[in-house]
Design a protein around this ligand. Structure first.
Ligand code: DC
Length: 228
């Protein structure tokens, strides 16, 4: 079977990265979490005080962009972690503070240009699964398989809420739901490469699907495209 490129886009917290990781493992493909890269830029902005209480200095961030180096490295157990300037930030980029600033940061054209260039370099050889918001439309427009994932708002918020609770992060369901809706709104309406279903993407609404059912559907799609 031919090694293909798989582009997975969709709304926040609908399980894109879990599914993308599983499918990459199954086919022995490289998995790239592009959201982690925007999160790392956001953490950098927080650490550099480019972000104030509820706003950020866009020009200062653009000026500091050359100082940002993002890499993915696997640990001894094969778990891939995100590194920002040689520091493992895998945990630090998943906090609510980062989540609440990442969408505005991801609207900045210069940030997107830098991330897309890196992503295209990392995915240039095929045999790759990338998840994000603009993969099928901008990063890998020639991907053999494009998937647009979604699920009902309340279901996504409940999954995210349970995930945070499990990690010991205390927040209300209402806050989680609001953050998710805000991110979807900003991601879908921004000027620079908004979240859009690529014309040739297959839709996977997983509101009523188990993880195993989703995986089986996606496996069959990858196999089908790999034969073409
Ligand atoms: O997938 P995630 O929730 O970790 O992504 C975090 C944010 O990054 C999301 O709100 C939008 C942005 N993002 C983006 O603009 N383009 C991508 N390819 C991936 C993520």
């Amino acid at each position: 079977m031919k090694k293909i490129s798989v582009a997975i886009d969709g709304h926040s917290s609908c399980g894109k990265s879990t599914l993308a990781k599983q499918i990459a493992k199954h086919f022995n493909y490289i998995y790239l979490d592009t959201g982690a890269m925007y999160r790392a830029v956001t953490l950098f902005a927080i650490n550099q005080n480019v972000i104030n209480k509820d706003d950020f200095d866009k020009d200062a961030l653009i000026e500091k962009l050359p100082e940002i180096n993002i890499e993915f490295k696997a640990d001894e157990n094969g778990k891939v972690n995100t590194y920002l300037n040689n520091q493992n930030v895998e945990e630090a980029i998943r906090t609510m503070r980062v989540s609440s600033f990442v969408s505005p940061i991801a609207t900045v054209k210069e940030v997107r240009e830098k991330m897309v260039e890196l992503q295209q370099k990392m995915g240039s050889k095929g045999g790759v699964v990338m998840d994000g918001r603009d993969i099928g439309t901008v990063v890998l427009p020639k991907a053999e398989l494009k998937v647009f994932m979604t699920a009902k708002d309340e279901i996504r918020a409940q999954r995210r809420f349970d995930e945070l609770k499990e990690k010991g992060i205390d927040d209300t369901f209402e806050n989680v739901l609001q953050n998710l809706k805000e991110r979807d709104y900003i991601d879908s309406t921004r000027e620079e490469s908004p979240l859009l279903k690529a014309e040739d993407a297959l839709v996977l609404d997983n509101s009523e699907l188990s993880r195993d059912e989703q995986l089986e559907i996606l496996k069959s799609w990858v196999e089908e495209r790999g034969k073409l």
